[in-house]
Design a protein around this ligand. Structure first.
Ligand code: PEP
Ligand code: MG
Length: 754
């Protein structure tokens, strides 16, 4: 239905703006007319436009209401004052009492002391802030959402005007980003490991919206619907045609497809068109709006939804602007795709055989694009600041996922070193591949159980290529995170069943959901814990929402369909928690029996030992478990009160400290005599020196990421466990300093491969 009355204002304003711009005066004059027009229409005493200049300075370019002499004289740094704040964060502000805001910076030359309220929006184009548009009033006026949205729409029009007219030379602002042809190192975070060399392909060369103001609103709505239909057909084709090797990749595309059908979002676009924008400007506006609302979130799930939405918006914009996507045949054979962010469908658009690596300005390790890239074995570095502005298409570029850095236009000697590193890596892979079929047994014939950690179906292929004994930890939360609603029992059972099929008789330990903490599922609603690692997470959620946990256990029993099954509960802090979880499991086993469904031929139940308090409950715990798996990632963080995700304290406490090793030694001595298996499945298990220490204190089962199996197996096969256990007994009584160096020397003396 048309919402003509309230929107007639903005629509009219846009028409007037267009007329003003069409008169083709000089830009300075046009900007002056724009501020007059906006002030008038919005009943504001002041309207000003600040534009970004070299040195990250915002300069007043036009004003209605402030002292005219302040134009080109008033300058604020990005981040300084309210205007600087709007530019720095790229988000609107609306304040009824601006002068008392902590960010307020008073500029006497403007004469603005008499204005109390302020609303401002960033002028953004292709994701970059070009300036700020502000209105001010004398009274303490509360600007409503619709007024702010109107300002945003005007800012879009201004963005096109400013960039097309080159009122500020693009070169001038680019200098801020340090564009030059010098080699450059950009540090980011590892989204997927590996190293690749190639030539840069700038993803999503910016889509320029030429037409912003609609001539005919109804016609624009039709164009939007047609474009949406076109995108839907593209995704369907992708779903049919793409080689969907794993359930998750398909699932990710299906989730994306749900976005295409999302009515709420389409409604937003229609509303934007209703306000007088063209279809393409409406799409951009709706996306910017969602981005403003959700962009500050650090929640990976929400950020991921944004990438999907960006992917969809780009596809729509390509269609609506009639721009053809780059002809793939013109792209280099060794593509390193550089993007602000990407959705999974966009990654799959690139030819897999030519894609070497990806660099993103945003992204998180749990983002869909990272999950798909990991499955395809493509290194990705994320959160590489400003990289798009610093790279030119065709630049030679190195993506070093292992060290979380990107080398742009590296010098020849650096390139050679990277080539050597890539070769050495390939050589190591060959060496470890040769160990694949040899048993992980020590020189004195102790057989170690060597397992891998997994969390995606695609990971299961590594069982064969590493020769691992089984899966010591299957993290079930990842498939839950790529969905927008709770997967039902059938979907879960299908997935776990596939895992067991692919394991082909090798044991798999399924861990029940370990969400909460930083892995928030919106459909569980655990937002807002102040101390999430110690908050409502893992088994705590499972026991508070027993129906959810029971559905997962039911799915596991169904998936096993009579085959052996191992289930592990995470974050157990008290024995009663395990007993309650076991009770739910018993209820599900009874349910299956009553329905005549097969129950597992052998069921093993275990707990993760991650919370130190469990160490003093082992006597009452062991009668109820078949195994204990030590999660050193969390255990270390709780033992030392040191956030595992905080880079500032990463490495501060050594995992080879006597404190941790003595604790683990104590656990092994308590648990093993009771016939209960003890394994380690934290990252520590995958590092050869640490693995040496763990075996030497009596651990006989390790589980690690697939890439660590080869190096750890090489260590095991060169080790005399009797000797190292003896050495360790003495070492543990030594003064309290980390044993890393001592162990290294021991390994060197005894030809142990670490
Ligand atoms: C651990 O805490 O060591 C562990 C293996 O679990 P996660 O890393 O999934 O928390
Ligand atoms: Mg853990």
């Amino acid at each position: 239905m048309e919402r003509s009355t309230p929107l007639a204002g903005p629509r009219m304003l846009l028409k007037r703006l267009r007329d003003t711009m069409a008169r083709a005066e000089s830009v300075e004059v046009t900007l002056g007319e724009v501020v007059r027009l906006v002030a008038n229409e919005m009943v504001a005493e002041v309207c000003s436009i600040y534009l970004l200049r070299a040195g990250e300075v915002l300069e007043l370019f036009a004003t209605q209401g402030l002292n005219p002499s302040a134009v080109h004289a008033t300058r604020l740094r990005v981040g300084e004052g309210l205007v600087g704040d709007i530019a720095a964060h790229g988000r609107p502000l609306a304040l009824d009492d601006a002068q008392h805001h902590p960010q307020f910076a008073y500029r006497p030359e403007t004469g603005e002391e008499i204005y109390h309220s302020l609303a401002g929006v960033p002028i953004v184009r292709a994701g970059r802030v070009l300036g700020v548009l502000v209105v001010q009033n004398r009274t303490r006026r509360q600007y409503d959402e619709e007024e702010v949205e109107t300002l945003q729409t005007i800012a879009m029009v201004l963005a096109e005007l400013v960039s097309a007219s080159h009122v500020v030379s693009p070169n001038e602002v680019q200098q801020v980003d340090g564009i030059g042809l010098l080699p450059l190192r950009v540090d980011g975070v590892q989204l997927t490991p590996g190293v690749a060399i190639g030539r840069a392909v700038l993803h999503e060369p910016r889509i320029v919206i030429q037409r912003v103001v609609a001539e005919d609103v109804e016609q624009e709505k039709v164009r939007f619907l047609e474009a949406l239909r076109g995108v839907r057909e593209d995704v369907d084709r992708m779903l049919e045609a793409h080689d969907m090797q794993s359930g998750e990749q398909r699932e990710i595309l299906e989730t994306f497809r749900m976005f295409v059908d999302d009515r709420g979002w389409a409604e937003r676009v229609r509303e934007a068109i209703d306000s007088g924008l063209t279809a393409e400007a409406g799409v951009q506006r709706a996306f910017d709006d969602v981005r403003t609302r959700l962009g500050q979130s650090t929640d990976p799930y929400i950020r991921e939804r944004l990438s999907d939405l960006q992917d969809l918006s780009n596809r729509l914009l390509l269609r609506l602007t009639g721009r053809v996507a780059t002809d793939p045949s013109t792209l280099p054979d060794d593509m390193i795709v550089v993007a602000r962010d990407m959705g999974p469908a966009e990654l799959l658009d690139y030819d897999r055989n030519r894609l070497r690596g990806v660099v993103l300005e945003e992204g998180s390790a749990l983002s869909h694009v990272a999950i798909v890239a990991r499955a395809l074995d493509i290194p990705v570095v994320g959160r590489a600041p400003n990289v798009l502005a610093r790279v030119e298409a065709g630049d030679p570029i190195v993506v070093d996922g292992d060290n979380a850095q990107v080398l742009v236009r590296p010098a020849e000697d650096i390139l050679q070193t990277v080539h050597l590193a890539i070769d050495a890596r390939a050589e190591r892979r060959r060496k470890y591949a040769a160990l694949r079929d040899l048993p992980p047994a020590t020189r004195d014939q102790a057989r170690i159980s060597l397992n891998m950690n997994a969390g995606l179906l695609i990971d299961m292929q590594h069982l064969d290529d590493t020769g691992a004994d089984g899966v010591g930890l299957y993290r079930t939360e990842i498939p839950f995170m790529v969905r927008s609603e709770f997967p039902d029992v059938d979907a879960q059972a299908w997935l776990y069943g596939r895992v067991l099929d692919l394991a082909d008789g090798r044991p798999v330990v399924f861990r029940t959901l370990d969400v909460g903490g930083d892995k928030v599922l919106p459909y569980i609603g655990a937002f807002g814990d102040e101390n999430p690692a110690m908050g409502w997470r893992a088994i705590r959620i499972g026991l508070d929402r027993p129906a959810m946990l029971r559905r997962q256990l039911r799915a596991m029993i169904l998936a096993a369909s009579g085959r052996p099954l191992s289930i592990m509960f995470p974050m157990i802090a008290e024995v009663t928690e395990l007993l309650r979880a076991r009770h739910l499991l018993d209820l599900e086993l009874d349910r299956s029996r009553r329905r005549g469904q097969p129950v597992p031929e052998r069921l093993r139940v275990g707990v993760m030992f991650e919370v130190p308090a469990l160490a003093w409950q082992l006597d009452s715990l062991v009668p109820h478990v078949d195994f204990i798996s030590i999660g050193t990632n969390d255990l270390l963080q709780f033992l030392y009160a040191a956030d595992r995700g905080n880079t500032r304290i990463a490495g501060r406490y050594d995992s080879l400290s006597p404190a941790l090793l003595r604790l683990l030694h104590f656990v092994v001595n308590k648990v093993r005599p009771a016939g209960v298996d003890v394994a380690v499945c934290g990252e520590m298990a995958g590092r050869p020196v640490e693995a040496l220490a763990l075996l030497s204190i009596g651990i006989r089962s390790l589980s690690m990421s697939p890439g660590a199996i080869g190096p750890v197996k090489a260590m095991i096969r060169s080790l005399d466990l009797n000797e190292s256990a003896g050495f360790m007994t003495t070492a543990l009584t030594q003064p309290d300093r980390p044993l890393r160096e001592t162990l290294r020397l021991f390994a060197a003396d005894h030809a142990i491969e670490i």
